[in-house]
Design a binder for this molecule. Structure first.
Ligand code: CO
Length: 136
């Protein structure tokens, strides 16, 4: 069902400072930037092997990432797994009684389709399923 770890989502207070560190010091290629208003974030995607790091800075004080930062400070916000058929995976999880945040996929970064699982179902880790638009 799950093919790989697609990305780790990291909540940051200063996106440009975080991009500078991950790109210039850790040497990851910055491959994409996007503002995701419905998730309340500005995001930057960097490559590491076949996986990515997704840096997330809140647009305002209201969204989930903003609340996470206020409560816990910068850090690992979610883990994302790559899937081929996100509808089938969601149906399977739903049939198994898994607590979902998104019963149906929604638009994610870089044209992907994504859905979040509730952390109470995943040992405390906010978990994202991502079906890439172009199999990145
Ligand atoms: Co993500």
């Amino acid at each position: 069902m799950l093919r790989a770890i697609d990305h780790a989502g990291i909540a940051v207070t200063d996106l440009e400072a975080a991009v500078a560190f991950y790109r210039d010091v850790l040497g990851m290629a910055l491959v994409h930037r996007e503002t995701l208003p419905e998730q309340g974030v500005r995001a930057a995607l960097l490559d590491v092997g076949e996986s990515h790091v997704e840096l997330l800075e809140p647009l305002d004080a209201d969204g989930g990432v903003a609340r996470f930062l206020a409560r816990r400070g910068p850090g690992l916000h979610h883990l994302a797994y790559r899937v081929d058929d996100i509808d089938a995976v969601l149906a399977s999880l739903s049939a198994a009684g898994t607590r979902l945040i998104d019963a149906a996929p929604r638009a994610g970064i870089r044209g992907s389709r994504v859905a979040f699982l509730h952390p109470s179902a995943t040992a405390g880790v906010l978990t994202e399923l991502v079906a890439p638009a172009d199999h990145h």
